[in-house]
Design a protein around this ligand. Structure first.
Ligand SMILES: Cc1cc2nc3c(=O)[nH]c(=O)nc-3n(C[C@H](O)[C@H](O)[C@H](O)COP(=O)(O)OP(=O)(O)OC[C@H]3O[C@@H](n4cnc5c(N)ncnc54)[C@H](O)[C@@H]3O)c2cc1C
Length: 320
């Protein structure tokens, strides 16, 4: 029944079969446990969240290391994601999108990014990327998507191609950024969620000084702080998504707060997870380092986190 409603709203489940996760990373990542991400969701949201988690586990996670190392742009995985309706999630159905809400979108992006942050981020921002013949830029992370500088030189645009009225361009672009900030924050959530579980699992198997790391109260406290920051971050993202969907006046500030807080806290969670892995965390054999590298840029783009502070402070100072 729930699946039928999802289909009716445009998310195409297609012939995708929900299989058992092939990746250790995804043991218990879906919905269960104290870091659970499905609390408070409707049946319909849980339904497409599960599809996204399974897609992440089966189609992305097994390949994320190879895509990163060899800088592979995963066209086939993108096509499969598009077939499921993950290409234009909040785009209106009359122009080919799935017509879901900002909150629905956040739930999906969070789940997908547990499988590969870089590829999910490409799905998020693909509408902004324009290719030209500039050389590929080599980056710390986000290696499954080619990034190039776009240079407009003597670029004349016919008036008939203009969107909106003359002079409105900056405001239209800024409106697009609010949703982008929620999306990028959602992507950080997925990386942080996966990293908490990786750290926990490592603590349970790694023995030092005659006992597993999980017996160290210091590391237990670190793990507890990571999980708490994760759950708090998720609440903020979801509140901002609802505010944006409802067109509330405080939406701009809330989106900025979500972007600032969540990308900072989730980077700190992933970095702490790497620390808990010790020297192993610095090896490319371990997924945790990739989450750290891939979400570092989230503190820089879609407006730097310093700019987020400016926006929030300006709103506070002008509302009185
Ligand atoms: C992988 C990647 C993909 C990108 N994709 C896109 C894209 O698709 N489209 C696009 O338009 N852009 C894109 N960008 C560019 C990105 O938006 C910018 O890098 C970002 O906005 C920061 O601008 P900047 O690099 O010029 O830093 P600068 O403006 O040089 O700032 C440097 C530092 O100083 C801080 N700073 C600057 N001024 C102040 C101030 N007054 N007070 C306090 N701090 C300040 C900044 O916050 C930053 O930390 C991308 C960047 C990367 C790395």
């Amino acid at each position: 029944m729930a699946a039928a409603r999802v289909l009716a709203r445009g998310v195409r489940l297609g012939s995708y079969s929900i299989g058992r996760s092939r990746s250790l990373i995804f043991n218990n990542v879906q919905g269960r446990g104290i870091a659970a991400s499905s609390i408070g969701l409707t049946d319909e949201q849980k339904e497409f969240q599960k599809v996204a988690f399974d897609f992440a586990a089966n189609e992305m996670a097994p390949h994320m290391a190879e895509w990163d190392l060899k800088e592979i742009f995963p066209v086939e995985a993108m096509r499969k994601a598009a077939q499921l309706g993950f290409g234009g999630i909040y785009v209106n159905p009359d122009v080919g999108g799935s017509g879901l809400s900002r909150l629905d979108t956040s739930i999906i992006f969070e789940a997908l990014s547990t499988g590969c942050v870089s590829t999910t981020a490409y799905i998020i921002i693909s509408s902004l990327v324009i290719y030209n013949r500039c050389t590929n830029i080599f980056q710390v992370g986000w290696n499954s998507q080619p990034t190039r500088a776009v240079i407009f030189e003597d670029c004349a645009v016919p008036v008939t191609n203009r969107l909106g009225a003359e002079g409105d361009g900056f405001n239209i672009a800024m409106k697009g950024l609010n949703g982008g900030r929620i999306n990028i924050a959602s992507c950080s959530l997925g990386a942080a969620h996966a990293s908490v579980l990786l750290a926990r699992d490592h603590m349970c198997v790694r023995k030092q000084f005659g006992e597993t790391l999980s017996n160290s109260q210091f590391l237990q406290f670190k793990l507890a702080e990571m999980a708490t920051k994760l759950v708090a971050s998720r609440l903020l993202v979801r509140q901002a998504a609802v505010a944006l969907q409802e067109g509330r006046p405080e939406a701009v500030s809330l989106c900025s707060m979500a972007k600032l807080f969540v990308t900072d806290e989730c980077f700190s969670i992933c970095n702490q997870a790497l620390q808990i892995h010790g020297g192993y965390g610095y090896l490319k054999d371990y997924a945790v380092q990739q989450y750290v590298r891939d979400i570092r840029v989230h503190q820089i783009l879609e407006g730097t986190n310093e700019v987020m502070r400016m926006i929030i402070a300006r709103s506070l100072l002008t509302e009185s």
